[in-house]
Design a protein around this ligand. Structure first.
Ligand code: ACO
Length: 326
């Protein structure tokens, strides 16, 4: 039996920072409106020459260095992204080529803002099913600024660019340890409902031949996000016979601080237990959870041995949770 343990985390943010005041010089908005409605103060924006794979490779190098492993020891690479460099090959194989991970197999996962939760779940499932995977590299990387309509103030203020990565180690253990909450990834739960029109792009490869721009019914998304994120925590707790008081930390998808606050209130979870980076990064879609995770671990907000949850929701609608002991 194998169990997945997070060995290290890494991140990369493009150098250019776009403040709320900078955005106010592009569309009619204000720092005050953006802060009050979203909690966002700034976002990082990739240079024209930078590609999603560049961000992914930098985050991966950071995680691999901290894991103190060799690139040849990596057996699996998954990149969660909605904004790949090319239609083919996958971003994951481009990362594999750049890192020279000759022994890995690599592929992308697309589940919008839930992408990282889906990617961890796939990596964990492959590790449990396959004794030959020792280390897996799971990355969330996005250049959302390329699919944002910079004329639409209701969406362009919300997004940013970045990448986060984790190295997962497969550890052989007994059936009892595998089922316990004592270490590593304890459980994963994924959901989707086919509600495809409230958040989508107005283009794509087989429709318009270009990726299109983001269109969103913000209020509807807000409501779904609060309900579904709350439910995903409750289901993960119930599935593992846990109470909310057993949870040491929660790393939610970083979309809007008001969504997170509403979820915390419903769950009766103190806001101090919540990792918040939306103010600095805005919504980086599949990159948001690994970026927040790396930040929290570097700042010792997530300590070894603590029990926590990752939760996300995104277009599709897709959502889910990962319960893990770090
Ligand atoms: N600056 C100033 N005014 C604005 C802006 C802006 N950037 N955007 C909208 N407004 C105006 C609207 O035009 C509207 O004006 P009106 O009353 O004169 O018609 C007013 O502000 C209120 O607009 P609402 O859309 O009702 O504002 P709301 O309080 O719902 O906040 C927001 C909008 C921030 C988008 C919110 O609905 C939200 O966060 N929804 C979730 C969306 C989300 O997170 N999407 C990310 C992808 S999905 C995910 O990651 C979960």
């Amino acid at each position: 039996m194998n169990k997945s343990f997070i060995l290290s985390t890494g991140s990369y943010l493009p150098k250019r920072i776009l403040s709320n005041n900078d955005v106010a010089s592009i569309v009619e908005t204000s720092d005050e409106w953006i802060r009050q409605r979203t909690g966002i103060t700034q976002r990082h924006i990739a240079d024209k020459e930078e590609l999603t794979s560049d961000l992914a490779v930098n985050a991966a190098r950071d995680a691999i260095e901290k894991a103190k492993i060799l690139v040849n020891e990596i057996d699996l690479i998954i990149v969660a992204t909605t904004t790949p460099d090319k239609t083919l090959p996958s971003c994951a194989t481009i990362v594999q080529s750049r890192l020279k991970c000759r022994n890995a197999f690599a592929f992308d996962v697309q589940a919008a803002c839930s992408g990282f939760i889906y990617a961890i779940t796939v990596a964990d499932s492959l590790i449990k099913a396959n004794n030959s995977i020792k280390y897996a590299l799971v990355i969330g990387a996005e250049i959302m600024s390329r699919i944002v309509d910079w004329k639409d103030r209701s969406t362009c203020v919300l997004f940013g660019d970045g990448a986060g990565a984790i190295v997962i180690k497969s550890v052989h253990c007994s059936e009892a340890v595998k089922k316990s909450i004592n270490g590593g990834i304890v459980s994963t739960n994924l959901y989707s409902d086919g509600n495809i029109d409230i958040l989508c792009t107005n283009g794509g490869v087989s429709s318009t031949g270009n990726p299109g721009k983001i269109c969103m019914k913000g209020r509807e998304i807000f409501k779904h996000a609060v309900d579904k994120l709350t439910a995903s925590v409750e289901k993960a707790l119930k599935f593992n016979n846990l109470e909310i008081t057993d949870i040491d930390w929660l790393t939610p998808h970083q979309a809007n601080i008001r969504i997170v606050e509403a979820v915390m209130k419903k769950l009766d979870l103190p806001i101090e237990k919540v990792i918040n980076t939306v103010d600095q990064h805005a919504n980086t879609s599949a990159a948001s959870i690994p970026l927040a995770l790396d930040h929290a671990i570097q700042k010792s907000k997530i300590k070894p041995g603590s029990l926590g949850l990752l939760i996300a929701i995104g277009a599709g609608l897709t959502w889910g949770s990962v319960l893990l002991r770090y």
